[in-house]
Design a protein around this ligand. Structure first.
Ligand SMILES: Nc1ncnc2c1ncn2[C@@H]1O[C@H](COP(=O)(O)OP(=O)(O)O)[C@@H](O)[C@H]1O
Ligand SMILES: [Mg+2]
Length: 262
């Protein structure tokens, strides 16, 4: 299929299984995982620690090859890493030798759409602005706080404009206050840009706050235990975290997670 006829259908994970090791020491990590994410949807994945969330994300990224099943991005089977998927990790995966601006510019160079140098500079400036990085454009990452560095990683990932953004606990290393600010920054950029996002976290509150749907994984071997719809649409301010409906949803998911852990 050529770029022109490809419509963005999103992500399909069908019957995916994965074990590590072999023989008697093989550990089954994913079992029969099915998941459909529509174009423009923000889906969070929660599950017990060590259940296989990162393995699932890495399989979608193309870093890990499943033993069973298939993964399709816009109808195209995933056969390895590629520009249709962009990953934001917990560790700051940005280039330490490039300024903030150049890190984001690197993202704009990976776009399927390649504009002129001036157009790219405009796109980069827009992302700097959106993530509150304009004042730090010429700074090197090592001079920035952890939160600011994650802003750079997220801005760069959005600048690439991939079919799907994969985020593996990107805020896990941040303090609580910075984490809340980052959640708001992510809501903000995503409401403007509307990308397809798969966001892994073990914090249920974060999952509900960010996502349109929350996928609850079981303990290892991980399989989809339940998919919960989040009814707040674009209403994503921190006040909703104390809304009785929010608290009820959080408790329900936490109970599901506890019941699956062994
Ligand atoms: N490359 C690998 N080789 C062997 N075991 C692995 C590998 N990657 C992950 N595992 C194992 O798979 C299980 C799930 O890991 P992971 O997907 O990182 O879980 P989570 O992200 O949910 O914490 C763990 O028991 C981990 O030790
Ligand atoms: Mg993980």
């Amino acid at each position: 299929m050529t770029q022109h006829t490809t419509t963005r259908d999103g992500l399909s994970v069908r019957g995916v299984g994965k074990s590590f090791g072999s023989g008697g020491r093989a550990v089954s990590v994913l079992r029969d995982v099915d998941l459909e994410i529509a174009d423009g949807e923000f889906v969070a994945v929660v599950g017990p620690s060590g259940s296989g969330k990162s393995t699932l994300l890495n399989a979608i990224a193309g870093f890990v090859e499943p033993d069973d099943g298939e993964i399709l991005v816009n109808g195209e089977p995933v056969r390895g890493p590629g520009p249709s998927r962009c990953v934001v990790f917990q560790e700051y995966a940005i280039f330490p030798w490039l300024s903030v601006r150049k890190n984001i510019d690197f993202g704009t160079r990976l776009r399927a759409w390649r504009g002129s140098k001036q157009e790219r500079a405009r796109v980069t400036a827009r992302y700097l602005d959106m993530m509150g990085l304009a004042d730090f454009a010429d700074a090197l990452p090592k001079t920035l706080s952890g939160g600011m560095r994650q802003r750079v990683a997220i801005a760069r990932a959005y600048a690439v404009d991939p079919e799907i953004l994969l985020m593996d606990e990107p805020f896990a290393a941040l303090d609580a206050q910075t984490r809340e600010q980052m959640q708001e920054a992510l809501v903000d950029i995503n409401q403007r840009e509307r990308r397809t996002v798969l966001f892994v976290t073990h914090q249920v509150e974060e999952a509900i706050f960010l996502a349109d749907r929350v996928v609850v994984m079981s303990a290892r071997p991980a399989t989809v235990q339940e998919i919960v719809d989040v009814p707040w649409g674009d209403r994503r301010t921190h006040e909703i975290k104390t809304d009785p409906d929010f608290v009820r949803l959080r408790r329900r998911i936490e109970t599901l997670l506890r019941s699956s852990a062994h």
